[in-house]
Ligand binder design. Structure first.
Ligand code: PHE
Length: 466
């Protein structure tokens, strides 16, 4: 049997995992959520959740991956001698990333479309409020989808080291420089600092139970947890790598980029309209990227000209596109790797078959916005008519993610056992052994973290579907 593929270097692994974590959620989701929910207070809560809850879950995932050297499905079955209920957990961690890949691909295709139009200089068209609604119903989407999938395919067919790692090594630094460049530019605009103030001054009165839960979900999703990704990427590490050390970097990079993205978005909004108040900010990330920001890009023409504004818009969409691609690659690698392992087929074959399945599902899902009635009005629950796209988001993003997090916690502590978990993390990380952090991780993963994830799961089920 061919040896399992591996990342070539520690930096490569960190960049690939950070590439997965840094996505649309950081660029737009976080700034929008922070602005609506108390600014600095939300940020504080978010950072607390990253450290206290998400980092231990990330370690649970990575350790299972590295120990088993397998994708999540085969990891669960291999480590339990095929116990049926853990097989279910394994299947969930394959189906979840596949379905989230569908929803994420649809949005990445929109981003690509806006990138393309910005490069073509069509800012006035993008800024027209009617454009987005028409765009998501147009057949152009399918052309853009082919382009996005070609990029994902090209990266993944190169494998772990020559594909995923190489792409991350190019895209992540590029993303960072574009982000910093854009922040510097935006901060020179009139009134930008009013946005910084609005973003950062904490308003603790906004912190309610639902804001707390929103901050946790945002952090969990942003770190790519519950999707089998960190298990899969962990499985490409050798026993010499320092897993806890690398995980800390990934968490830091992810939180850092989310924070810096806020320094781009909020000042841009305030320089565009100094009297902005929360009510005026569009309440969804989708509204923010596709209708609000294009208006700002168009308005920039007055000060920096047509070409300048087009460049700024193109850089912004390229930035979000890079963030989205490295996430999409990581999530799609999970079913591809499971298929390669289970059926003993080549990467090319697994990619081809899974890719075909992804195309069919995504094409159908992207007709949820009025292109095709049966998927536009797919089902009704809780008295609301839902499209197929809504259902995928509700079921997989909102409901199953915390469930998968709960299962991996229970698995490492109560089935695989704490001593094995700790021993795996100690390997390659001499400073971790016996540290306070280690004690915290194994205690929290075995106690309150699964309880919190269970409560989120129950609460979501009760609120969403009944
Ligand atoms: N961490 C990603 C983000 O914040 C979420 C994600 C990762 C989505 C991987 C899909 C695949 O956008």
């Amino acid at each position: 049997m061919a040896a399992r593929e591996q990342f070539g270097s520690r930096l490569g692994f960190i960049l690939a995992a950070a590439g997965s974590a840094v996505g649309i959620g950081n660029m737009v989701g976080f700034p929008v959520a922070a602005t609506k929910n108390g600014g600095g207070a939300f940020l504080l809560l978010y950072a607390l959740f990253v450290v206290l809850i998400c980092l231990p879950v990330m370690l649970a995932e990575m350790s299972v991956g590295r120990h088993s050297r397998k994708d999540p499905l085969n990891a669960y079955t291999h480590l339990t001698n095929n116990e049926p209920h853990w097989r279910v957990a394994g299947w969930l961690s394959i189906i979840t990333p596949f379905m989230i890949a569908v929803f994420y691909l649809v949005i990445t295709v929109w981003i690509f479309g806006y990138l393309f139009q910005s490069i073509m200089g069509n800012l006035d068209q993008l800024a027209d409020p009617a454009t987005f609604g028409a765009f998501i119903q147009s057949s152009d989407l399918f052309i853009y989808m082919v382009a996005v999938l070609a990029v994902v395919y090209l990266i993944l067919q190169g494998g772990v080291k020559q594909g995923i790692e190489k792409a991350a090594k190019v895209m992540m630094p590029a993303l960072f420089f574009m982000l910093i460049g854009l922040v510097i530019f935006v901060l020179t605009l009139d009134n930008a600092f009013a946005g910084v103030e609005y973003y950062l001054v904490p308003d603790f009165s906004k912190i309610t139970a639902s804001v707390v839960s929103a901050a946790l979900s945002q952090a969990f999703f942003s770190l790519s947890l519950g999707m089998g990704i960190m298990i899969t990427y962990g499985s490409y590490l050798d026993s010499k790598s320092d897993v806890p050390g690398s995980a800390k970097f990934v968490a830091l990079a992810d939180t850092g980029v989310a924070f810096i993205a806020g320094l781009l978005i909020l000042p841009a909004i305030f320089s565009f309209n100094p009297d902005t108040n929360t009510a005026e900010l569009s309440d969804s990330s989708v509204g923010m990227i596709f209708t609000f920001l294009p208006k700002i890009f168009l308005a920039l023409q007055a000060s920096i000209g047509y070409l300048g504004a087009s460049i700024v818009a193109s850089l912004f969409f390229l930035l979000v596109f890079f963030a989205a691609i490295t996430s999409l690659v990581s999530i799609f690698e999970v079913p591809v790797s499971a298929f390669m392992e289970s059926k003993k087929v080549s990467r090319k074959k697994a990619l081809g078959l899974m890719g075909a399945l992804l195309v069919v599902t995504s094409v159908i899902a992207s007709m949820s916005f009025g292109i095709w009635d049966p998927v536009t009005s797919f089902v009704t629950y809780a008295d609301q008519s839902k499209s197929l796209f809504d259902v995928i988001v509700d079921v997989f993003y909102d409901t199953i993610l915390p469930l998968n997090g709960l299962l991996i916690c229970l698995f490492v502590i109560y089935r695989w056992k704490k001593d094995n978990f700790n021993a795996e993390l100690d390997e390659g990380a001499p400073n971790y052994k016996g540290s306070f952090f280690e004690k915290y991780v194994d205690f929290s993963v075995g106690t309150f973290i699964p309880v919190i994830l269970l409560l989120i799961f129950i609460n979501t089920v009760a609120l969403k579907y009944f």
